[in-house]
Design a protein around this ligand. Structure first.
Ligand code: SAH
Ligand code: SF4
Length: 345
């Protein structure tokens, strides 16, 4: 059975027509689907008959909270959802002065194998559907009772390895009549699947593309991120340049600083050289320590030095403030703990 939340208004219209129903109901149903309803019976302005028909034909996905951690320091909330079918995924709600940002997962696990990342430790289990990604947003709004202003696709999973569903999600969540979050308020973070970045550029979305670069030279980057062996840095940067040239959107670069591995001054020089020519923004993040990895976070002093070198070359660089420091288990840690408890590995 089709998951009804994966449908656009146009697709809902077609489905309704096929069912012998009035297509104008699509807008009404779409509106309900973008609220955290748990059953078709909550859609009280539809006839009982139509609700029953929908329930027969479609699945309405409803995630439940398996675990929740709230930071006592800044109110950041980390959710572990149990999706229908039993898989667990994480999302995070961050409260900033300029509004609430949610960080959502796009896959159950990840197969990219970055050595510093807890999300990839158990490989990829499955892709999330567009509706399930939307559910993370809807049910965080429901639980917190607060609106969401910004979305980052930075939870577990490689969004561009789940291309079709992620692009569908981006269209759904930014549609009028639904959650309606402007594409300029959405960032997609990728480990750098260059051919998919080129595809994404052609979708002409207004989202911010964020590249997890983490090292400016192929030797260091390949040692940290296996994807670099398929798409080396030159190819990656060519694709991000194409993204900017097609969309006009400045690209962001995430740079997790690992002591003695990616934080040396010559690497800052090389990074500046690499990003020359197109508007770019670098987020420097001290690496989160993951038990399975030997990589250690850089010292505050070397982060500051690195930032100075970038700025000297005219590259905008900010050091990311860490939210929820008391609940911070690096990305993917909650799900990891859950899997270990369940003994599923
Ligand atoms: N798969 C996508 C998006 C999810 S990962 C990607 O890799 O971009 C979200 C971000 O967290 C990425 O920038 C990733 O590199 C970063 N990350 C993962 N583990 C980390 C760690 N231990 N310390 C710092 N950043 C980490
Ligand atoms: Fe996957 Fe991103 Fe983690 Fe790499 S950093 S393993 S791409 S989730």
């Amino acid at each position: 059975m089709t998951e009804i939340k994966t449908l656009t208004i146009a697709e809902l219209k077609t489905a309704l027509t096929d069912m012998g129903e009035k297509p104008f109901r699509a807008g009404q149903i779409f509106k309900w689907l973008h609220q955290p309803v748990e059953s078709f019976d909550e859609m009280t302005d539809l006839s009982k008959d139509l609700r029953a028909k929908l329930a027969q034909r479609f699945v309405l996905t409803v995630p439940v909270i398996e675990r929740k951690q709230v930071s006592k320091v800044d109110g950041t909330v980390k959710y572990l959802w149990r999706m229908q079918g039993g898989d667990c995924v994480e999302s995070v709600l961050m409260r900033y002065k300029h509004g609430n940002t949610v960080c959502v997962s796009t896959q159950v696990g990840c197969r990219m194998g970055c050595v510093f990342c807890a999300s990839g430790l158990f490989g990829l289990k499955r892709n999330l559907s567009a509706g399930e990604i939307l559910d993370e947003v809807l049910f965080m709004q429901k639980d917190s009772g607060e609106p969401v202003h910004n979305i980052v696709l930075m939870g577990t999973g490689e969004p561009l390895d789940n291309y079709e569903n992620v692009v569908k999600f981006l269209h759904l969540v930014s549609s009028e009549g639904g959650v309606n979050i402007g594409q300029r308020h959405i960032s997609l973070s990728t480990s750098g699947i260059a051919d998919k970045i080129e595809m994404l550029a052609k979708e002409k979305l207004q989202i911010t593309l964020s590249i997890s670069l983490h090292a400016p030279d192929n030797d260091s980057r390949s040692a940290m991120m296996p994807v670099n062996r398929s798409f080396p840095i030159e190819r990656l940067i060519a694709s991000t340049n194409a993204y900017f040239d097609t969309t006009g959107r400045r690209v962001s670069y995430e740079y997790a600083m690992a002591r003695g591995v990616s934080d040396r001054p010559w690497q800052a020089e090389q990074l500046a050289k690499l990003l020359r020519g197109r508007p770019a923004h670098v987020n420097l993040i001290p690496l989160n320590e993951v038990a399975e990895s030997a990589l250690k976070p850089s010292t505050r002093e070397s982060v500051r030095k690195f930032q100075e070198i970038l700025e000297k070359h005219g590259i905008a660089a900010t050091v990311r403030r860490k939210l929820g420091p008391d609940i911070d288990a690096a990305c993917g840690q909650l799900r990891r703990r859950q899997l270990e408890n369940e003994g599923t590995k």
